[in-house]
Design a binder for this molecule. Structure first.
Ligand SMILES: *[C@@H]1O[C@H](CO)[C@@H](O)[C@H](O)[C@H]1NC(C)=O
Length: 208
């Protein structure tokens, strides 16, 4: 599935002129070309992905996992696991790419702030709207206009739509966990939504 994402993003780059840099790092992911462009004047040529296609892909990915995995309620967990792992790998790759030239992070809060501001901006072109912490290893990230939910709805709307959107949060949960892990912060990430396109991610840092 991960390689499908890679393939899709490679196909999409050539197909589109708009305008999201997400998966740039993956699409142009072979290190040789990266380092080549890095040495040639420190610029990385942007690679663009058609955003509609990306959204369709992300939606289809969830459906595909259900079609190929779940035939009972228990299998939901298997679907969760697959999507979360997929997100984890993408999160790791993104962080590798986008922290390459940064100074080291000072502490966990610094890392979480990076996720909320910089990583979120790279992926969603906006920052997290609200960050709360209990200062004991729990961080709550609220996005009032989660980009991947903006064009989702169901006929009934409201709570029904929110309930059915939950599986679409598993990939981004993994993404956050992968990003954190690659910055040395081991965590558990869960998410919920009460009404689209709002959603909340809760990060629980593992005690070391
Ligand atoms: C993006 O993809 C959609 C769906 O295939 C297409 O309708 C749209 O024209 C594409 N946009 C651009 C800018 O290529």
């Amino acid at each position: 599935m991960f390689s499908l994402l890679l393939k899709m993003s490679t196909v999409l780059q050539s197909a589109s002129s708009a305008i999201t840099p997400f998966f740039t790092s993956l699409a142009s992911g072979d290190e040789s070309s990266n380092s080549a462009s890095l040495t040639a004047g420190n610029t990385i040529k942007p690679v663009y992905v058609n955003e509609s296609c990306l959204e369709f892909l992300l939606m289809e990915m969830v459906d595909l996992m259900f079609r190929t995995t779940a035939d009972s309620e228990n299998d939901k967990e298997a679907v969760f696991y697959k999507l979360e792992m997929l997100g984890y790998q993408v999160g790791q790759s993104l962080v590798e790419r986008f922290t390459r030239e940064r100074p080291r992070f000072v502490d966990t809060l610094d890392v979480v702030k990076f996720i909320c501001k910089e990583l979120w901006s790279i992926i969603f072109k906006k920052q997290i709207d609200n960050l709360k912490t209990n200062h004991r290893g729990v961080y709550v990230l609220q996005d009032n206009n989660f980009r991947w939910f903006v064009r989702m709805s169901t006929e009934a709307g409201g709570a029904d739509a929110a309930k059915r959107a939950v599986p679409y949060l598993w990939f981004p949960c993994g993404l956050i966990r992968g990003a954190l892990a690659n910055l040395g912060v081991i965590s558990v990430v869960v998410a919920e939504t009460n009404s689209l396109p709002q959603c909340t991610f809760q990060i629980k840092i593992a005690k070391s």
